[in-house]
Design a protein around this ligand. Structure first.
Ligand code: GDP
Length: 747
């Protein structure tokens, strides 16, 4: 794959001069100037957690503490409002949560965008998109529950997308709170090089404050709402422990950071600044996870967590963002986007979420490069549609704020833009860049679906309409053969999650049928054809002849089909070519071996013949169909099946059992890793062999094993699978079973 650099569209020399002369203002207004923060002052973060760990409570507290500064300004001079803010106020704030896909707030002169990461357990395009859009994350853990199943899932996703993170061990006030045990689990189960950068001063009922190990100070959160953070000496009875834990922190850092490693070897004590710089360097590379503690509910530890977000999570300029230049049939070319906020490069943005909320239909975007101004025209790279931007907004806690312009790194929303989530927008229509592949993989699994109660039909349609718009890998169709409505997607779980969401979000319980794998049929070697379609039965006859080759496409294109017209001269008049293409595509809907779609083939039309009176588009379409039928007979075909990348994590004692099960399911182990009692296996397994795996893994690992699975590619089936599929198909079609040996020879 080639890595190219984006051609920069520099402003003309004249324009540059006029900026210097002051005739063009770089920013359209003073207000806009104030919004135009340096890259270093922006953080785009997500908050991820196992359900019930306190993600919502923490988010609310963050909005409260960050919003407070603004409120104090606003209420200045009014009657004592600040002092009377009590839990009622917090209750009022509660409703605001981040229902929206992204909310923006300010902490110590930094813009923080909190992006909602959907809490689905499964890997879906939606989760993938949310993770792409953020640059760093807070992983919230419960002091009692520790690392739970969903923690493993979000951890895996962060690893995949290389998202640096901080850990916040919440609920110190709960009975049984044990942050030390949770740290141990982070090391063993999550495989993090993690260490405390804070310690609790008392837990459970005795939860008083926290020790900042870097600054070597105690922090207390005064008054009911913890608004004032008071610094003090570390309590006498915690000095030894604090020294030990600080030493442990330095040791963990020195294992991954040369700067601090040298000081450690020389037995020099690093300064506060040295440690902070080392934490930042190592956290950005995902080599170290700083662990913070607190209790969101009791208002302790939130402000230092916000400080840590600024100190230890990357700004948009520290993250590499890649766009793709895609042409059908070619390997996509990668382009590194320029995050500079000078607005000199052409605008590139990704629509990551559509939301029908309180404010109407909003489309959330992240700007990855350049600048976008109110009144600009933008183009949707996928559809080519142009939209003029009447308004640009940001969601600030529960308010909407109009902005005049947005720069690389900003998260913002647009009104009334018709697009799908995942679409890329540019201001220069020639810039055919996309942030996400515009070639969406075809679904690999399908299930029959219907609403359990027929009265829910309306809601069912609404849910389908929304989900299919948000997730292009989720599709809906009516199968006229079996008279069933079908949903298809990238895995059984993928479809089950949408079924659950229909019930939860649309009050429409649904019944799902058995999952069916989308096999494909393809050619093994090129096969020539020469087919004459001729019919003379009174009236106008039909005459068309096509010659050419049907050949396999390279393996990376084995889900495509292609038609190429290589004719020279007028043996096949041009107006009949579309008919041939149509005939080919029609035949490609159903293969001979198992009735599945054909793919990975190219129809090369080389020559043919026509009759001055009797030829027509229809005749050529039928000729093409006849040609494919002849290749069904003469060519050697095989069945392809979807192969999944499977990742399994479980305690070491179950490794043998897990490997055994995967091999039984025809899995190929691609690699294993492990730490402190846990292992992770990466394997490639045919989707057809994965049904029922969740239950099997659960029972063989006492419920401790976790797995995730995603589509990788199509690959030829094993001969026995192919044989079985062919037999099943032939029986279902009432075709007499041909001599097996002969079939085998053919394949
Ligand atoms: P989410 O599912 O991760 O969003 O979790 P929530 O924020 O909804 O919290 C789940 C429950 O835990 C709620 O009842 C919260 O009040 C409670 N909770 C959240 N933070 C704390 C905490 O620091 N201490 C205690 N004791 N409970 C908390």
């Amino acid at each position: 794959m080639t890595i190219g650099y984006l051609l920069r569209f520099r402003p003309s020399v004249a324009a540059a001069k006029s900026v210097l002369n002051g005739t063009i203002q770089p920013f359209s207004s003073h207000a806009a100037f104030a919004e135009h923060k340096a890259l270093e002052r922006i953080r785009n973060i997500g908050i991820s957690a196992h359900i019930d760990s306190g993600k919502t409570t923490l988010t609310e507290r963050i909005l409260f503490y960050t919003g407070r500064i603004k409120e104090m300004h606003e209420v200045k001079g009014k009657d004592n409002v600040g002092a009377t803010m009590d839990s009622m106020e917090l209750e009022r704030q509660r409703g605001i949560t981040i229902q929206s896909a992204a909310t923006y707030t300010i902490w110590k002169d930094h813009n923080i965008n909190i992006i909602d990461t959907p809490g689905h357990v499964d890997f879906t395009v939606e989760v993938e998109r949310a993770l792409r859009v953020l640059d760093g994350a807070i992983l919230v853990l419960c002091s009692v529950g520790g690392v739970q199943s969903q923690t493993l899932t979000v951890n895996r996703q962060m690893k995949r997308y290389n998202v640096p993170c901080l850990a916040f061990i919440n609920k110190l006030d709960r009975m049984g709170a044990n942050p030390y045990r949770v740290l141990g689990q982070m090391r063993s189960k999550l495989n993090h090089n993690a260490a405390f950068i804070q310690l609790p001063i008392g837990v459970e009922n005795n939860c008083k404050g926290i020790v900042d190990l870097v600054k070597q100070r105690a922090l207390y959160f005064e008054d009911n709402l913890g608004l004032t953070v008071r610094e003090d000496e570390i309590p006498q009875d915690m000095r030894v422990e604090s020294d030990e834990r600080r030493h442990e922190l330095i040791e963990h850092l020195s294992n991954v950071d040369d700067g601090i490693g040298e000081l450690f070897l020389e037995e020099k004590t690093p300064s506060e600044k040295d440690i902070m710089a080392a934490i930042r360097r190592a956290a950005l590379k995902r080599m170290f996870t700083p662990v913070l503690v607190g209790t969101a509910l009791k208002n302790k530890g939130v402000q230092p967590l916000l400080d840590a977000v600024l100190n230890y999570l990357p700004h948009p300029g520290e993250v590499e963002n890649i766009a793709l230049i895609e042409k059908k049939g070619e390997e996509p070319q990668k382009v590194i986007l320029n995050p500079a906020r000078d607005g000199k490069d052409p605008f590139v943005g990704l629509a990551f979420k559509l939301e029908a909320g309180r404010f109407g239909q909003l489309t959330y975007l992240r700007c990855y490069q350049g600048v976008l101004k109110k009144g600009d025209n933008i183009y949707n790279v996928r559809s080519g549609k142009k939209v003029r931007l009447a308004r640009l907004v940001r969601l600030h806690s529960n308010n909407m704020e109009d902005v005049n312009e947005v720069y690389a790194g900003d998260i913002f929303a647009l009104f009334g833009v018709d697009c799908a989530s995942g679409d890329t927008f540019v201001t220069n229509p020639k810039l055919e860049l996309s942030m996400e592949s515009i070639f969406v993989p075809d679904p690999v699994v399908s299930m029959a679906i219907q609403p359990t109660n027929s009265k829910d039909r309306d809601n069912f349609s609404k849910a389908i309409a929304r989900f299919t718009k948000e997730d292009p890998t989720f599709r809906f169709a009516y199968d006229t053969d079996v008279k069933e409505t079908l949903v298809s997607g990238m895995g059984e779980l993928h479809l089950e999650i949408y079924a659950q969401r229909m019930e939860r979000e649309y009050n429409c319980p649904v019944t799902l049928g058995k999952p069916k794998v989308a096999f494909r049929e393809t050619l093994i070697a090129p096969c020539e054809f020469d087919y004459l379609h001729k019919k003379q039965s009174g009236g106008q006859g039909q005459y068309a002849r096509v010659t050419g080759v049907l050949e396999p496409l390279p393996p990376h294109q084995n889900t495509d089909i292609e038609f190429v017209d290589e004719t020279i001269g007028t043996n096949v008049p041009k107006q009949f070519i579309p008919g041939i293409d149509k005939g080919f595509r029609k035949m490609a809907e159903k293969g001979l071996l198992s009735g599945h779609r054909l793919s990975g083939i190219r129809f090369r039309l080389i020559d043919g013949a026509h009759h001055i009176v009797d030829s027509s588009e229809l005749a050529f379409m039928l000729a093409a169909q006849g040609a494919i039928k002849s290749v069904f007979e003469n060519g050697s075909w095989q069945i392809l099946e979807p192969i999944m990348m499977v990742e399994v994590t479980a305690p070491n004692e179950f490794q043998g059992a897990v490997i055994g099960q995967l091999s039984k399911r025809h899995g190929i182990i691609m690699g294993t890793e492990g730490a402190e009692g846990w292992f992770t296996i990466h394997a490639e397994v045919p989707l057809n062999d994965m049904f029922g795996y969740a239950g099997e893994l659960r029972s063989s690992t006492q419920g401790k094993g976790e797995f995730s699975m995603e589509y990788s590619r199509y690959s030829p089936c094993k001969p026995d699978v192919q044989e079985r599929l062919m037999q099943e198909y032939q029986v279902s079609q009432g075709i007499v079973v041909v001599d097996k040996k002969q079939q085998k020879k053919k394949n």
